[in-house]
Design a protein around this ligand. Sequence first.
Ligand code: NAD
Length: 286
Amino acid sequence: MNHNNKDNEGISKSGERVAVITGSSRGIGRAIALNFAKSKEYSSIVINSRRIDEAELVVQEIKKNTSCDSIAIPGDVSQEKDCIRLIDETVGKFQRLDVLVNNAGIQKDIPLTETTLQDWYNIISVDLTGPFICSREAVKQMKVQNDPRGGCIINISSVHQIIPKPHYVPYATSKGGIEMMTKTMALELATDNIRVNIVAPGAIDTDMNINLRTNVEERENTLRKIPMGRIGKDEEVANVVEFLASNKASYITGSTVIVDGGMTLYPSFALDYDHNSNHIFPKGSM
Ligand code: NAD
């Protein structure tokens, strides 16, 4: 579909940008939406999730606490027609689209041999195909706008675009795929002034990671992999997304910013500090 908007010259002033965040009814997506709304860079934020009632709660939160407008557009990003409608309705309502954050994601803990083709399709279609369709549709509008500030797409990937994750083959495959999709789109769209980047979180305290709240052993196991020794907060991811979407990141495209408390730094090579001798030893050597 071509989101041709003849009445709009497409030049945005500061504070007049429009953003769509998929899967923004809770967790990292909600934190991104609230950060954008508070930043005063945006006039309107579109909240998406499969259920309108959940999305509406975030819309109300934005309207109550900020001067930003917001609407809920329900839709399942694994469905092409829903992705097309999400972008169409956004442009229909606000006459522009400046920033798309592909955040919606699902995962499932299941051994390879028990992973059905349906499991594979379910996860790949939300985590990889959805970002592809939403980006394709958003770019049609961003090109029409021809705004000097450019368009911006941010994909929320994971440290598992780099670190293999046993029992999560479709999830890790999707996140690995997002990396090459991002780089390829960034290269194709660079001359259109449309930047495409990734934010890759480590372990963040959201409903997706409910086990880290309820299962002490799993929490301890995860903490051992994080040099900074704590689980991250959703707003710590949202802050980076806000930066990448802003003009301060105007020369960054095709990049991944990892937000993981050091999880990807080979934590087993970390140093232990002996307070008695004031010496630093390789971890595990004491
Ligand atoms: P979450 O489960 O708390 O929230 C996911 C959001 O996506 C919800 O709003 C949900 O309604 C929505 N959603 C799910 N399926 C959808 C669909 N088919 N269509 C539209 N919306 C849908 O998860 P989260 O932790 O906030 O994760 C957000 C993103 O961050 C995901 O892409 C996830 O892979 C990534 N991530 C999270 C962590 C973490 O530790 N929480 C780590 C790495 C990457």
